[in-house]
Design a protein around this ligand. Structure first.
Ligand code: BG6
Length: 485
C-alpha cells in the first residue's frame, strides 16, 4: 500500500485557454467544487500563450462553464471563478517561467504542494519541464500530469517520458487515459472483483471470445493535422482500447492500489501476441449519411488523399494460461452508425445439452458491458418459453439487464475528468497509466504498423454510417463470430 498523499493546494494548468480546458477541465473542477470536493485552499493558476489578465481568464472560464456544464451542476460558480488566476507564457523559451513562479507564489504559501496539468502540444512538454525546473517549480511536493498524445511511437514516447523523468519521478507522474475516469470502466473492476460469480468462469475454459467496440459517429472534428498523423490505431487502440482489454484480461490484483492494479495490467499488455497483418483490417470513410444526415468523406474533410485509417479491426491474443486460444476482437472507427463503447464477453456452449432432440435451440451466454452512451450490463440467459407443449421444449435467450442510471437514481453522471482531477489533486495514481504500460502498448502497436507497412496495406474505403469495410465482418466471421450490433 502506498503512503497516503497530501492533497495539493495549487493546480497549475498549462493550455488553460485551450479546447480540453474549456470543455472538460474547468467544468470538471467547477462541478467538483459545487459538490464540496475541493479544499477551500485550492488555487488554480491558468497559463497559456494568450495575453490576458485574471479577470479576462475568469470571463473565459465563465463562458466555458455556461457552455459545457449543465445548469444544475453550476452551483457556486462565482466562488469557483474566484479560485482562478492567470499568467501568460510562451512555454517554448525559459524567459517567462520566472513570472509564472511569481504568479504561483502570489497565491500565498503552499502547505501541501502543487499539481501541474500539461494540456499542450507534446512538442512543448520538454521545454515546459525545462522551464519549470529553471524556475524552481519541480520540488518534491509537485506532481506532473500529462495528456495524450504521449508520442507517436515507442521511441518518441520514450523521449517524452525521459524528459518528464528528468524532473519528476514516476511516483509523481500522472499519465491520463480519460477512459479510466469513466464510471463504467471502473465498474468493470467492481463487476469482476466484487462478485464471486464471474471470476471462476473468466477464462479460456468458459469464454469463447471477447469483443471490444469503440464506435464514433463524429469525423475529423477540425483536428485535421493531428488526426491525419495519428489514425485510429494510435488515436484509440494504443491507449483506450488496450486499457479496456487490460482491465478485462488482468489477474485479480491484491488490492485496489496503484501498484497492484498497474502491475496486473502491464502483465497483460506484455502478453499481447504480435499481430499478423492478415488479422487486421483498416478502413477510411467516404461520404455517406449518419442518422439521416449527409456527411462528407475523410478525403473531402481533409482536402487531399491520405492513407490514414479512420477504422481498424484487430484480432488480438493474450498469450497466457488464462486466455489461451481466446481471441479479443477489437474494432474502432469514426463515422460509424452509432456512438457506442461496449465490451462483449461471449461464453462457450454448455458441454452437454439435455434438451437436444427436444427441438430446443441453445445459445451460449453473453455478457454485454455498455460503457457509453448507455451505462448498462446485460447478461443473456437461456430460459424456457412458457407453455404446455408436449412435443418438446422451447428455449429462448432472455436478457438480465442492469441499467446503471436506474440502479443508482439520484447520482450525477460525472465527466471522466472529475474523477481524474480529484485523484491528481489527492495524489492517487491508480487510474493513471504507468510508464511501463504505455511502453508495452506502443511496443504492440508499433509492430502492427510495421506489419501494415511490410504488407503494403492501405485502408479499404467504407461508407460513412456503415460498420466499416466488409473485411471487418469477414475477420470475425472466418472464426464463426458475429460482431455484436
Ligand atoms: C480521444 C481521441 O482520445 O478520445 C478522439 O483522440 C476520440 O479521437 C475521443 O474522439 C473519444 O472519447 P470519448 O470519451 O468521447 O469516447
Amino acid at each position: 500500500m502506498s503512503e497516503p498523499k497530501l492533497s495539493a493546494d495549487r493546480l497549475l494548468l498549462f493550455g488553460a485557454t485551450g479546447d480540453l480546458s474549456r470543455r472538460m477541465l474547468l467544468p470538471s473542477l467547477c462541478a467538483l467544487d459545487a459538490d464540496g470536493l475541493l479544499s477551500p485552499d485550492l488555487k488554480i493558476i491558468g497559463t497559456a500563450r494568450s495575453d490576458m489578465d485574471d479577470a479576462e481568464f475568469r470571463n473565459l472560464a465563465r463562458e466555458a462553464l455556461e457552455t459545457y456544464l449543465p445548469d444544475e451542476r453550476r452551483g457556486g460558480m462565482a466562488a469557483f471563478l474566484n479560485r482562478l488566476s492567470y499568467q501568460a507564457l510562451d512555454a517554448s523559451t525559459l524567459d517567462g517561467f520566472g513570472a509564472l513562479a511569481d504568479k504561483v507564489n502570489e497565491a500565498g504559501p503552499s502547505d501541501s504542494g502543487m499539481a501541474i496539468f500539461l494540456s499542450t502540444a507534446p512538442s512543448l512538454f520538454g521545454p515546459t519541464i525545462a522551464g519549470l525546473k529553471h524556475a524552481g517549480l519541480t520540488g518534491d511536493n509537485v506532481r506532473m500530469c500529462l495528456e495524450k498524445p504521449l508520442g507517436t511511437d515507442l521511441a518518441t514516447s520514450c523521449v517524452i517520458n525521459d524528459a518528464v523523468a528528468d524532473a519528476f519521478p514516476e511516483d509523481r507522474t500522472f499519465r491520463i487515459d480519460h477512459y479510466l475516469g469513466k464510471e463504467t470502466v471502473q465498474n468493470l473492476l467492481a463487476l469482476r472483483f466484487a462478485n464471486i460469480l464471474f471470476e471462476p468462469i473468466w477464462n479460456a475454459t468458459y469464454i469463447n471470445h471477447v469483443q471490444i467496440t469503440v464506435a464514433e459517429t463524429v469525423g475529423l472534428e477540425g483536428r485535421v493535422a493531428f488526426y491525419d498523423d495519428a489514425g485510429a490505431l494510435r488515436d484509440m487502440v494504443q491507449n483506450h482500447m488496450l486499457q479496456l482489454l487490460a482491465l478485462v484480461a488482468m489477474e485479480p490484483p491484491g488490492s485496489f492500489d496503484a501498484t497492484a492494479v498497474r502491475d496486473e495490467k502491464v502483465k497483460v499488455l506484455r502478453a499481447l501476441r504480435e499481430v499478423d497483418a492478415s488479422e487486421t483490417v483498416t478502413g477510411q470513410y467516404r461520404a455517406g449519411a449518419i442518422s439521416g444526415e449527409a456527411v462528407p468523406g475523410y478525403d473531402e474533410e481533409l482536402g487531399k488523399d491520405s492513407d490514414t485509417e479512420t477504422f481498424t479491426a484487430i484480432k488480438a491474443h493474450v498469450d497466457n494460461w488464462r486466455w489461451k486460444g481466446v481471441p479479443f476482437y477489437l474494432r474502432t472507427g469514426k463515422r460509424l452508425p452509432e456512438r457506442v463503447t461496449e465490451i462483449v464477453v461471449k461464453f462457450r456452449q454448455v458441454p452437454h445439452s439435455i434438451f437436444e432432440g427436444l427441438g430446443a435451440t441453445m445459445m451460449p451466454n453473453r455478457l454485454v458491458i455498455g460503457i457509453q452512451p448507455e451505462e448498462n450490463i446485460s447478461l443473456s440467459l437461456m430460459a424456457k418459453v412458457p407453455g404446455l407443449a408436449q412435443d418438446g421444449v422451447r428455449l429462448r435467450e432472455v436478457p438480465l439487464d442492469i441499467a446503471m442510471p436506474d440502479a443508482f437514481v439520484g447520482q450525477h453522471r460525472r465527466i471522466a475528468y472529475e474523477r481524474l482531477l480529484l485523484d491528481l489533486i489527492g495524489g492517487d495514481q491508480t487510474l493513471f497509466v504507468r510508464r511501463d504500460e504505455v511502453e508495452a502498448q506502443w511496443h504492440w502497436v508499433d509492430a502492427i504498423r510495421a506489419a501494415w507497412e511490410a504488407a503494403g496495406l492501405t485502408p479499404k474505403t467504407y461508407t460513412a454510417g456503415s460498420w466499416g469495410p466488409s473485411a471487418a465482418i469477414a475477420l470475425a466471421e472466418r472464426d464463426g463470430v458475429s460482431w455484436h450490433e
